[in-house]
Design a protein around this ligand. Structure first.
Ligand code: ASP
Length: 521
């Protein structure tokens, strides 16, 4: 069976199995709760955390509302999966551990929200580790985690070797200028188109007007605002070697690799050839590792979907339906109309042929929710199925995975305006034209600054909310439905990277892009 069909079959199977587990196993459901920062103590012993507000509550099957969590309850036994970020995950039945986690954890998913809001600690209360469903899910989660770790393992070596060889391969001077100009021109154009589309739809549909969100419209507005120059400042590493130690510093790594590759072309003959050989050889080896991991994609995708669907289910979609629909509609128009038109008109490549060729990368993006984790698959797919030259793909794709996020750009815009509409109709916030312009610029920058990891877009949204002086509580609410939207916007992010690669390859004179006859068997 062809790779893309195989992945598709496993993907659908994953959804079905996850859904089956969701329906037929007993579990306490997924509840998004905001905790008050104060823990409840009795005789100096921490006994729990008081529930401060509830953003989303699903009842386990067969339980009545009186058994559900209420505001003011003291929670003493939960397992927390902080925004799916492995690093920030704690499973605990001890209130003491929970309190320490909430107080100390400074990075990843939900904990980042804590840092910004300062006062509230919010998190997703996930499955009880002893529930039947959690036991059923455990093996799938285990395999899914190994798959994601394999992909993550490859991100840094791939980004460094591909960008250095890409830039050094293009050579200095005019070739580099032309390709760089085209690449960034494409990124900026599509991101602005995405933001514009998001703005248009959110203003037409107005999902936030009259929405019943259950959060206080009277919240005190605005504690801090963000300096946007920070994104640029943070791009320059203080210590290059430190930058390589975490997958979150991708902009710094890209910055260093671009410069390093560029100065290889300026070096004298001997070191230039040596460095080029060295990095090309390393790139070759890492790409072989990537194609080995590619073979595991169908099974990884399967386990990831069992995990996501089994943990989340579909019920959580209801309360924020209009908001989700707006985001989905914008994603669909951008990916099915705007980008294909660009591909056809500017690149002269058939969009249908291209989407077929790129499908393994798109399905990996859907199941991992991460452009960065998809990068090994993206590069492999571009070269083997897309027939984009190594010279082009190794320059355009790794940059795109971090910098070019159309789906995230339009999502930021819709999410922020949605909340602003809510505060404007329910409270006394004024959604002025200048506020809308701020959102357009901020959404564009946020999409550049967001790392290619799950939920990064939601975290970036906090900075836009604070720029508008809106309360951050709203973003915690959107967290409840972030995962499915994240999966879809990541597909659009990666799709845009591949469309960009095709357009730039075509402009560089490459032919046969995505040709089915030569596609792997
Ligand atoms: N998960 C997205 C990505 O990796 C970023 C986001 O959260 O919007 O492309």
């Amino acid at each position: 069976m062809k790779q893309h069909w195989k992945i598709m079959v496993w993907l659908v199977a994953g959804v079905l199995v996850g859904f089956g587990l969701q329906q037929f196993t007993e579990a306490p459901g997924t509840i998004g709760v905001n905790f008050a920062q104060q823990v409840v103590e009795v005789d100096g012993q921490v006994v729990g955390i008081r529930v401060d507000s509830i953003s989303q509550q699903l009842l386990p099957k067969g339980r009545s509302t009186t058994e559900s969590i209420q505001i003011g309850d003291v929670v003493s036994r939960v397992s927390i999966n902080a925004g799916m970020a492995d690093e920030a995950m704690v499973v605990t039945t001890s209130p003491q551990v929970l309190a320490e986690f909430l107080a100390l954890k400074g990075s990843g998913g939900v904990a980042t929200i804590d840092l910004v809001s300062g006062e509230k600690r919010s998190s997703l209360v996930a499955l009880d580790p002893e529930s039947a469903r959690a036991r059923w899910l455990a093996p799938f989660i285990f395999v899914a985690d190994i798959f994601m770790r394999l992909l993550k393992m490859l991100i840094m070596p791939l980004v460094v070797t591909s960008i250095v060889t890409g830039v050094a391969g293009i050579g200095g001077g005019s070739d580099f200028g032309r390709m760089g100009g085209r690449t960034f021109g494409y990124y900026a154009t599509t991101s602005f188109l995405a933001v514009g589309l998001g703005m248009l739809l959110v203003n037409i549909i107005q999902p936030g007007v009259g929405a019943r969100l259950g959060i206080s419209p009277e919240a005190d507005f605005g504690q801090r605002s963000e300096n946007w120059l920070d994104i640029l400042r943070r791009m320059v590493p203080e210590n290059a070697f430190n930058a390589f130690t975490g997958n979150g510093n991708m902009l710094q790594v890209i910055f260093f690799s671009l410069l390093f590759g560029f100065f290889i072309t300026k070096a004298s003959d001997k070191p230039r050839r040596f460095m080029l050989d060295l990095f090309e050889s390393a790139f070759d080896v890492v790409m072989r590792m990537a194609s080995w991991v590619m073979r595991l994609v169908p099974y990884g995708v399967f386990c990831l979907l069992v995990k996501v669907v089994g943990e989340t289910g579909f019920d959580i979609f209801r309360p924020l339906g209009a908001y989700m629909l707006t985001v989905m509609l914008a994603l669909i128009i951008h990916s099915c109309v705007v980008l294909p038109l660009l591909l056809k008109v500017v690149g002269g490549v058939s969009p249908l042929k291209w989407v077929r060729a790129m499908s393994p990368a798109l399905m990996t993006a859907f199941s991992t929710s991460s452009s960065a984790m998809t990068l090994p698959t993206t590069l492999n797919t571009l070269e083997t199925r897309g027939r984009v030259s190594n010279r082009t793909s190794s320059f355009v794709a790794p940059l795109g995975a971090t910098v070019n996020m159309d789906g995230t750009a339009l999502y930021e815009c819709i999410g922020v305006i949605f909340l602003a509409q809510y505060y404007a109709t329910a409270g006394d916030f004024e959604l002025t034209f200048s506020a809308q312009v701020t959102v357009v610029m901020a959404a564009f920058l946020a999409s550049i600054g967001a790392a290619g990891i799950p939920s990064a877009g939601l975290v970036m949204m906090l900075t836009i909310l604070s720029a508008l002086k809106l309360p951050l509580e709203g973003a915690a609410l959107l967290l409840a439905v972030d995962r499915p939207l994240d999966m879809c916007r990541t597909v659009v992010n990666v799709w845009s990277d591949t469309v960009g690669s095709a357009i730039i390859a075509a402009k560089e004179g490459e032919t046969g892009l995505g040709d089915p006859e030569i596609v792997e068997p």
